[in-house]
Design a binder for this molecule. Structure first.
Ligand code: CA
Length: 230
């Protein structure tokens, strides 16, 4: 259930707003002064704030400014004067919406719902876990999606090619012997040998290097093995 904080000193207005919001299944708290409202907003988990402008204790401008310094919660400001709305806009206090009194309670509920939905979408986007990415000089390996992009262009890799490239890229400047790479990437009982490594390196180079005879990324260390250059 979403929690709405109403900061409003006119009791009849606050009660009316509360009744309508509760009918729409919101949990509502009222504070009747600016300073109490600010304290409540900062110390509690609130999903949206309806903030009156003319308040005892601290005015809505200051309350809005201080909440915004600490939180991204949607703030819907209300005022009896159209001029005030222009002033709120002009000050760039970070309020999400403005309403002039008197407004219909159903209009208020509609706006509250719209802002909550928008805010939840934003929060949801930010909360999405980030993909695990390895990025080196134009090569972008998305380990989560198992995709490789070379200068922004996606290239297709087989499972082992992907594993081998990722392993090398995650251990840059480290020289690995073919034997080490084979043991690292292939199962112990895999059929194959170090020649498999050579074949896979060749395939990977065809996809990531501009010039296979002069590789920029996977370097051959003669007589030893390979290393990923940074
Ligand atoms: Ca007032």
């Amino acid at each position: 259930m979403s929690k709405i904080l109403i900061i409003e000193d006119e009791e009849t207005i606050a009660d009316l707003e509360k009744d309508y919001l509760e009918l729409s299944d919101f949990e509502v708290e009222i504070c009747n002064t600016g300073d109490k409202g600010l304290k409540m907003a900062l110390e509690n988990d609130v999903d949206l704030i309806i903030l009156d402008l003319m308040l005892p204790g601290m005015d809505g401008f200051e309350v809005c400014r201080q909440i915004r310094e600490a939180k991204n919660v949607p703030i819907l400001m209300v005022s009896a004067r159209k001029d005030d709305i222009d002033k709120i806009r002009g000050l760039g206090l970070g309020a999400d919406d403005y309403m002039t009194k008197p407004f219909s309670p159903s209009e208020l509920v509609a706006r509250v719902k719209a802002h909550l939905a928008r805010y939840e979408r934003l929060v949801g986007m930010n909360a999405k876990p980030q993909n695990d990415i390895v990025e080196i000089r134009g090569i972008r390996i998305d380990k989560t999606a198992r995709r490789v992009y070379v200068n922004g262009v996606e290239k297709n890799f087989t499972t082992k090619e992907f594993d081998l490239l990722t392993f090398l890229a995650e251990n840059p400047n480290h020289v690995f012997t073919k034997d080490e790479l084979f043991r690292e990437i292939w199962d112990m009982d895999s059929i194959g040998d170090i020649a498999t490594v050579t074949v896979h390196i060749k395939k990977i180079r065809e996809k990531i290097e501009e010039d296979n005879s002069n590789p920029k990324y996977i370097e051959t260390i003669w007589g030893v093995g390979y290393r990923f250059r940074v």
